[in-house]
Design a protein around this ligand. Sequence first.
Ligand code: MN3
Length: 205
Amino acid sequence: MPFNLPPLPYSHDALEPLMDKMTVEIHHGKHHAAYVTNLNKALEQAPELASKTLEELLADYCAIVPEAIRTTVRNNGGGHFSHSLYWEIMAPNAGGKPVGKLAEEIQKTFGGFGAFKEKFSAAAMGRFGSGWAWLQLDRNRKLEITSTPLHDNPVNECKQALLVIDVWEHAYYLKYQNRRNEFVAAWWNLVNWKEVNRRYDAPSK
Ligand code: MN3
């Protein structure tokens, strides 16, 4: 089994009341776990890929992943990647704002933190059906906001993911039902800017 479900960096109820314990338990322990299991199962059919990292599989899936398992790897590998980041960029008692170079770059690119939040929230709200909204770095380290369907992600385009929100209904339905806007508004208070800052300042691969 090449890939493992990463342990949650906090307890299941740590994000209460904004994100409820049962949502986190099912989301991490069932949904995310299933992506890891299904990814590993698909890769059993392609032992030549055993040494590849998740990022390598996702960035290059058209070229290196056999057609018979390509969609499965794209969906489940993407699910594993995106959820792993999602858990890391949230924390209890978080929220606030980015600092340092990332804060400066957000100011320069989007015209301020408020404008950035508005644009990112609009991307999250505008994603029809299941998907994600992202803050990412392009290949010239320029900040971009985007959204993707299903489990597609910036790595598919060789870009670096910094911040992500899951807007699949399983991410919020138990607590917020159809009110994605309330979930997105609450989620800003869970963003672990320390970790997002760390990712921005880390040397690009
Ligand atoms: Mn999810």
